[in-house]
Ligand binder design. Sequence first.
Ligand code: EPU
Length: 342
Amino acid sequence: MSLAYQHGYSLKALNTFGFDAVAERFVAIDTLDQVRELHADIRRKPQPLLWLGGGSNLVLADQIPGTVAQIRLRGRRIETLNSDEVRVTLGAGENWHASVEALLDEDIFGLENLALIPGAVGSAPVQNIGAYGVEIGDRLEAVEVFDWSSAEHYWLSREDCAFGYRDSLFKRNPGRYLITRVRLRLNRRPAPVLTYAPLRQALADQSEPHPRAVFEAVCRIRRSKLPDPAQIGNAGSFFKNPLIDAAHHQQLRDRFPDLVAYPDGRHYKVAAGWLIDRLGWKGYRGGAVGVHRHQALVLVNYGGGNRQQIEALSGRIRRSVREAFAIELEVEPGFYPPTVQP
Ligand code: EPU
C-alpha cells in the first residue's frame, strides 16, 4: 500500500511547544515496510525530511519544507534473562512515560528516575535523556536503526551510540540513523538510585524506598518545577548545564558564593537555571513567550508564540549570561529546519 501523504499539515498538536508549524507534506509511519517505502520515495524525489517522535525536544519554524514523517512503530517485548535481569525491547513510537509506568506495573525496575519525561522511546537515545541521577545510556543495551545512507537495518551497541551528557552518535549525525527499536537491560531486584539530593530528601522517611515510591517522588518533583506541555507549551530544559574550568569556577564562586555548581571530572558543571534565575529572568514574560516561573531553564509558549519569538528570547538570555558570567550557554532542543544557534 502506498503511503498516505497529507499536504499542508498542521503540526501544532505534534510538538510540545505547541507552535503552529505547517508541514509541506506529512506522513505517519507505522511499519518497517513503510520506512522502506519512504526511503525509496525520498530517494526518487530528494527533499528535506524530518523524523518526528513525540516532538518534545524540538523548535519548529512556521513552515516546514519537504516531508515530516511521524514515527509510530509500536511494540513491547520482555525477555527474562535470569532471576534478576530482564531485557525489554520497545518500538520507537511507544510513549516513553507510558512505557516506564507499564514496566513498573510488571515489577521491572530501573527506569523510575526517568518518569514523566515527555516524548517517544525512539527519541530518548538521541538526547540521552537523563534526570535525577540516571541517563537512558545507563540502562540501554542496543538501538536498532534504519541507516538512511545505506538503507540497511541493524543493531548498534551501547558503545556504538557514544553517549555523553544530552549527546549521542544520533545527535551528532542528524538524518543518518532512524531509530526503530530500543533495547534496555532492566532489573527485577529494586536498586534505587538516590544520588540526586532533592530526591533523597523527598524519600528521607523511608530506609529502603521501593522503586514505586521513587517513581512517585520523581513525578511529584517534576510536577512542582516543570510545566506540563498539555497546559503550557515547552520543550523541557532549553539550555544545557555548561561546563567551566576550575579557575573560572573559583572566580565566579568568589563573586557569587551561592553559585550552584558540581565537580564534573576536571571541570565544574554549573546549574544554568541558577545563572538565568540570578539575572532575574525567572517568570519573565514577553508577549506570547517567557521563562517558566518555577524553573528558569525552561522557556515557555503561553499560546500563539513561535520560533522567532523563542529564538529572540533565547538570544537575549544567552547574551546576558555571557556578559554577567562569561559563560556561553548551549541550546538543548533541536531546531528544524536547523540554523545557526540563536
Ligand atoms: N536553580 C535555580 N533557579 C532555577 C532553576 C534551578 O536556582 O530557576 C538551581 C537550584 O539550586 C537547583 C539547581 O539549579 O538545585 C538545579 O536545578 P534542577 O534540580 O531543577 O535541575 P537542572 O540542572 O535545572 C537538570 C536537567 C533536567 C532534569 C533535572 C533533574 C539539564 C539541561 N536539565 O535540570 O532535564 O530533569 O536536572 O535531574 O541537564 C530536560 O533535559 O529537559 C530536563 C528537564
